[in-house]
Design a protein around this ligand. Structure first.
Ligand SMILES: [Fe+2]
Length: 285
C-alpha cells in the first residue's frame, strides 16, 4: 500500500482512498490489464479510444502511471483518450494531472485547444467530449457545459460537411435513465439536442462498467450509443467483467456500416475472448 500524505488524504480523496484499498482494489487487477494488452496485440485494431477513469483519486503518481500505460498501448497517433470523473476526483492543477496525457488528449494540429478534441484518422473523426469535473463526496456526476456544447455543435456540423464518420467519445452515458442521478450526466438533455440537430454516426461512453447499447434521436436516423465495461475489472459478476469492444466501420451507400464485437476477460481461460456474436449497430445499406 503506497504512503499518501495527510494533505492528499483530506475530504473526498480520503473516502476514495479507503474505498479503493478496502474494496475495489481486489476487483481491478493489473493482471487483467496485461491480458488486455496481449489481446490487443492479437486483434490489432487500427485505432484505440479510451473512455476515461484512468486514475482512482487523481493523485499525480496515478496520472504518471496511466501515462506509462497509454504509452504501452501505442503512440498518440493511434490512441485517443478523454478524462473520466475519477480523473477529476478533486481539483488538480492541469500540469499535475491530465497534462501527463496531453499527447493522447490533444486535438490535431490546427484545431482548438479546448474540448471537444477533434482527431481525424482516415475517414473517422474522433470527437472527445470532457465531462469530468470535481464533485462533492458520494457524487460522480459529469457535465459537458454550455461552451463545450457550442463547440461540439460546430465541430459535428463541420465534420459532417467533410463526409467523415463522426465517433463521439464521452465518459458519462449521455442518455437519461441508464444510471442514478448521483452518477449521471447533468446536461444530457442539452447534449441530446446537439446530436439530434447535427447528427453523429456513433457515440461511445464508459462509466457504467457494463456493455450497453441504446440510441439517441438523430436528424435522419437513431444514433447508436454504446457503453463499454472497465478494462481491468475481475469481480464475480460476468456482466461487469473487463471487456473492450471492437468496431468495424466501413463506408456504405448511405453513410457508414458499423459492426461491434465484444472481447471480454474470461477468468477460466485467464485471457480475453470473444463474448457473443457480431452485432450490426449502425444503419445502412
Ligand atoms: Fe466514471
Amino acid at each position: 500500500m503506497p504512503l499518501i500524505s495527510l494533505e492528499a488524504l483530506r475530504s473526498k480523496r480520503a473516502l476514495g482512498w479507503l474505498s479503493w484499498h478496502l474494496r475495489r482494489r481486489r476487483r481491478y487487477r493489473p493482471a487483467v490489464l496485461e491480458a488486455l494488452l496481449a489481446d490487443l496485440a492479437r486483434t490489432a485494431p487500427d485505432q484505440l479510444a479510451i473512455s476515461g477513469d484512468l486514475t482512482q483519486i487523481s493523485l499525480e503518481h496515478e496520472f504518471r502511471d496511466a501515462a506509462s500505460w497509454l504509452a504501452r498501448l501505442g503512440p498518440p497517433g493511434r490512441v485517443s483518450a478523454i478524462p473520466g470523473n475519477h480523473d477529476a476526483y478533486v481539483p488538480v492543477p492541469r500540469e499535475r494531472g491530465w497534462q501527463h496525457w496531453n499527447p493522447y488528449l490533444a486535438s490535431d494540429p490546427g484545431e482548438s485547444d479546448d474540448f471537444p478534441s477533434v482527431r481525424v484518422r482516415g475517414e473517422i473523426a474522433l470527437v472527445g467530449v470532457c465531462t469530468a469535473q470535481p464533485t462533492r463526496p458520494f457524487l460522480a456526476t459529469g457535465r459537458v457545459g454550455r461552451d463545450q456544447l457550442a463547440r461540439l455543435d460546430a465541430a459535428l456540423e463541420r465534420l459532417a460537411a467533410a463526409g467523415l464518420c463522426r465517433v463521439v467519445l464521452i465518459h458519462h452515458p449521455p442518455v437519461a435513465g441508464l444510471t442514478s442521478r448521483r452518477r449521471s450526466l447533468l446536461d444530457a438533455d442539452a447534449f441530446g439536442e446537439v446530436v439530434r440537430r447535427r447528427g453523429a454516426e456513433l457515440v461511445l461512453h464508459g462509466h457504467l462498467h457494463r456493455t450497453t447499447l441504446v440510441s439517441l434521436p438523430g436528424p435522419e436516423r437513431p444514433i447508436p450509443v454504446a457503453g463499454v465495461p472497465s478494462a481491468s475489472h475481475a469481480g464475480p459478476d460476468p456482466a461487469r467483467c473487463a471487456a473492450y469492444h471492437l468496431y468495424e466501420i466501413e463506408r456504405a451507400r448511405d453513410g457508414f456500416a458499423i459492426r461491434r464485437r465484444v472481447r471480454a476477460w474470461d477468468p477460466a481461460l485467464g485471457r480475453f475472448a470473444a463474448r457473443g456474436s457480431d452485432e450490426s449497430i449502425g444503419v445502412v445499406s
